[in-house]
Design a protein around this ligand. Sequence first.
Ligand code: CMC
Length: 428
Amino acid sequence: MSDIAKLQIGDNQYEFPLITGTENEVAIDIKTLRGATGGITTIDPGYKNTGSCQSAITFLNGEEGILRYRGYSIEELAEKADFLEVAYALIFGELPTKEQLDKFHSDIKDKSIVDDDIKKIIDAFPKNAHPMGVLSSLTSALTAFNPSSVNVDSEEDMYNSVVKILGKFPVLVAWTMRKKQGLPLNYGSKSLGYVENVLKMMFEQPNEEYVQNEVLVNALDKLLILHADHEQNCSTSTVRIVGSSHAGLFASLSAGISALWGPLHGGANQAVLEMLEAIKEDGGDTKKYMAKAKDKNDPFRLMGFGHRVYKNFDPRAKIIKVAADEVLKELGVNDPILDIAKGLEQEALNDEYFVKRKLYPNVDFYSGIIYRAMGIPVEMFTVMFALGRLPGWIAQWREMRLGKEPIGRPRQVYTGENYRAFKDISNR
Ligand code: CMC
């Protein structure tokens, strides 16, 4: 294939170089388009065809259902690595040696104390505040308690910010849940692993000794790995674009959390469970809800189905489906919601509407079922997604800053009124 793309506009022809990625993905480099054409721009709502950056972090092939972090397949990572190893690889590019991992973990633990005044902010939220709103605010508030900005040219500064947020974020996650439940805001223990600590902080009761459940630790570890990065999705693009104005890491992450909250993105895991509950309450008639999902006059969508990039299957959903079965079996949970989920999945996989549009179950279709079995409240599901996605956001922010990317500032095609003279209020 030629490495030039030709564009004909009227009698003028323009040439643009093609860029080829390491997995042979080809993009037309239109950096010079406006200059060359005298101001012509492109339009692509939802950025369905637009690459915003070149990135070496995550490779995703939606047609073949491939997801790899730093070249390692999601299947292998979910089976053989732990979340902290994956976080290190995503952020710094290579899997850590034993020494690097031990140091990383120890540095994270050293930075995990959150300023006690944060508790005053938590106290000010009403009990019924959505945990995602609280988490986003608390992450932003961390900036106020850690005001010195990151010198991105200093490896040490960058490393310190990374371990700081990886240490403090799980505390905020746990406190967000505990505040809602009226439980004291606690800390983990330096003797525990990262994921073990998350669970301890979330579930420890003030009047009984906390006992770790290995099934839950493994299930959460896997879930967090599966969520750890997903290239330029809505929240990650948000983190990169906010950071591109040289806003700090914590402020950029706070914006990413808000983007993740929406039901078309990370909020889908909560929406899936609420949908399955509603179907159960309504007598379990999955066919009725399939019909609603297909009815163009009905805004209802089958939550947990479809994906912007996976048009074959979501490899994360495959792993999670197996994990959900294992966890429910090992915990001895017999959840009727799972039967409804399986019924819906079977019907959708055999339904022309879904097959034609290549709508398959996504990662969120099953994650909520596991979270529920673990005793995590539905409103916390998206918070758990944020905890998993944290290393991905950090890695993408770091890559963007180290790559000296320009400020993100899309163009538009203006479709409003042409110039008109100002009308005095008495003449309107
Ligand atoms: N139920 C029913 N119809 C659907 C669904 C669904 N879940 N998803 C897409 N469609 C239809 C849509 O109506 C459209 O039909 P038509 O061509 O007749 O107009 C067609 O499929 C294409 O949909 P689209 O909205 O143009 O696709 P998109 O790539 O813009 O949206 C999506 C992707 C994930 C937002 C969408 O599939 C959706 O809303 N799914 C439900 C929400 C969900 O599960 N989100 C979690 C995504 S995975 C976690 C993450 O990474 O954030």
